[in-house]
Write a protein that binds this ligand. Structure first.
Ligand SMILES: C[S@@+](CC[C@H](N)C(=O)[O-])C[C@H]1O[C@@H](n2cnc3c(N)ncnc32)[C@H](O)[C@@H]1O
Length: 252
């Protein structure tokens, strides 16, 4: 194993140093988000009910690591790829935002997000490895994987096809999870998310499952199973069930 590919686990003393994206059960701490996701009730559907025992899993974009630790606790060996401190989020260059300020604010949140991952990693006793870099450039040294999981990450990338292609080079089975937009279904389309009127800068695309299935087929992953499910989005003062889909794609 090439140790220098992987981050040294960090000791984070307090949740106050962290930003959490997932609600999680962590020994000695109750992590309940008020703006994020609680995937606990329906996590197996979120990852397409893939079989995990004994599998080597590449996870793109773990955020707080709820999926990482869930997959590991179900028998997988997990390597997660997260944005490095010097690898910026693909920020939409929207005319209404102050780019420099947005970059700095996102860097600060990402530092807290990485802290949250390590806070949970240590308390859970996780052995999951983390490569800090970018999904656009997966080092060969990461090796081969049985499964690559791209959950709620492609929508945030300017070039989702490159991310899928990179994972396809490393893994035998690809899992893609995205929000479901019924009006897009039936056509192989990706709809541009930003509009001139909306200054949301962290999201690029809404996909139809057909578009992703078609491209996965282009890459030789022509055995695709698409399932619909709902996941709990938590926001200040409430929560709602959000429609999503997951594709599990294998080479034929
Ligand atoms: C919306 S969160 C999804 C978290 C988790 N996968 C889940 O489904 O709950 C997106 C994650 O992808 C990461 N991310 C965004 N762009 C990335 C890139 N180019 N390379 C690697 N990770 C990226 C973010 O930092 C974050 O951890």
């Amino acid at each position: 194993m090439e140790r220098d590919l992987y981050a040294e686990p960090q000791h984070v003393t307090s949740p106050d140093e962290c930003y959490f994206y997932h609600s999680m059960d962590v020994p000695g701490a109750v992590i309940t988000v008020d703006n994020g996701w609680d995937l606990r009730p329906n996590v197996d559907r979120y990852i397409g009910d893939v079989s995990l025992p004994g599998k080597r899993v590449l996870e793109i974009g773990p955020a707080s690591g709820f999926l990482t630790f869930h997959m590991e606790s179900n028998g997988a060996e997990v390597v997660s790829v997260e944005l490095a401190p010097d690898a910026d989020w693909d920020i939409v260059p929207h005319v209404l935002i102050d780019m420099e300020k947005t970059v700095q604010e996102r860097r600060a949140i990402m530092a807290q997000l990485r802290n949250g991952f390590w806070f949970a990693h240590e308390r859970i006793g996780s052995s999951a490895l983390v490569h800090y870099g970018t999904a656009y450039d997966l080092p060969d040294g990461l090796g081969r994987f049985d499964i690559a999981v791209m959950a709620s990450v492609l929508l945030h990338t300017r070039d989702p096809l490159q991310v899928i292609e990179g994972c396809a080079r490393h893994a035998d089975t690809l899992v893609v999870t995205e929000m479901r937009f019924p009006e897009l279904e039936g056509s192989p389309v990706a709809r541009l998310y930003p509009t001139p009127a909306s200054s949301q800068w962290d999201t690029w695309w809404s996909f139809s499952p057909d578009m992703l299935v078609q491209y996965l087929g282009v890459l030789g992953f022509s055995e695709c199973v698409v399932t619909d499910h709902e996941q709990m989005h938590v926001y200040p003062g409430g929560h709602s069930q959000m429609p999503m889909f997951t594709i599990v794609a294998s080479r034929s």
